[in-house]
Design a protein around this ligand. Structure first.
Ligand code: HEM
Length: 214
């Protein structure tokens, strides 16, 4: 008898769910006036400093929480997250701009995110937040190039936050996606992850508006 090859309907991996669950929010974030100004290289140094400063508060909290999650949840080890961290890159960029870290105060959008990070109910929820910032490195590379051009720089070495990995970016993003999909996430973890990614996008868009207005 001829065997029929019935393959089960492919269940969407977590990365496909994250992408689909936040696509509309990405479109909103991408079209915010601050992002539009960044991608067209049309942003003043003061606003850029403010943008980096708020991101520094967020990444510092996120990476501290991630360190904790890695010790609690051995699944996360394969992602090698510390090699992707951004706090030190932000500190290097801010030092070049003579922006003192101790003077940075969180705006409302950042305060919301700091709370979300601190109160993340599980490593999976935290990874939803992490995903948004990791994924944002894709567009940030284009922003770095636009700013370098606008500010007559020959390369993006002074923009370590926006272009931390250079030519490695695509490969590292691909690796992150593959490793995330290779992990087993329960359905409630998947829900939490998508939900916290959505909350993160909303908070980032609100923060962008605050920075742009300020
Ligand atoms: C000028 C603004 C932006 C532009 C031009 C932009 C552009 C892009 C592009 C081209 C990709 C696709 C990369 C790929 O699949 O190879 C991408 C992915 C992504 N971006 Fe943005 N982006 C912008 C703003 C943002 C912001 C503000 C965030 C959040 C902080 C963000 C988060 C993400 C995420 C999470 C992904 C991964 C989507 C996925 O799961 O595949 N982006 N972006």
């Amino acid at each position: 008898m001829k065997s029929t090859n019935i393959s089960p309907a492919p269940s969407a991996g977590i990365m496909a769910q994250l992408k689909a669950g936040t696509a509309a929010l990405h479109a909103i974030a991408e079209s915010k006036p601050l992002e539009a100004a960044l991608i067209s290289g049309d942003i003043g140094q003061e606003q850029y400093k403010k943008y980096l400063s708020q991101r520094w508060l967020i990444h510092r909290e996120l990476e501290t929480a991630t360190d904790r999650a890695i010790t609690r949840d051995p699944r996360l080890a394969s992602l090698q997250l510390p090699s992707l961290y951004q706090t030190k890159n932000l500190e290097a960029d801010l030092a070049l701009l003579h922006a003192p870290l101790h003077a940075i105060q969180p705006l409302q959008g950042a305060t919301t995110l700091l709370q979300e990070i601190k109160n993340a109910p599980s490593p999976a929820a935290l990874m939803g937040i992490y995903y948004v910032f990791e994924g944002s490195k894709n567009g940030a590379r284009y922003i770095a190039r636009a700013l370098a051009k606008a500010w007559s720089k020959t390369d993006t070495t002074t923009m370590r936050y926006l272009d931390p990995h250079g030519e490695e970016q695509r490969a590292l993003w691909q690796k992150f996606k593959t490793e995330m999909d290779a992990l087993t996430w329960s359905s409630s973890e998947q829900e939490q992850m998508v939900k916290s990614a959505q909350t993160t996008f909303t908070a980032i868009s609100a923060l962008d508006d605050e920075i742009h207005a300020g």
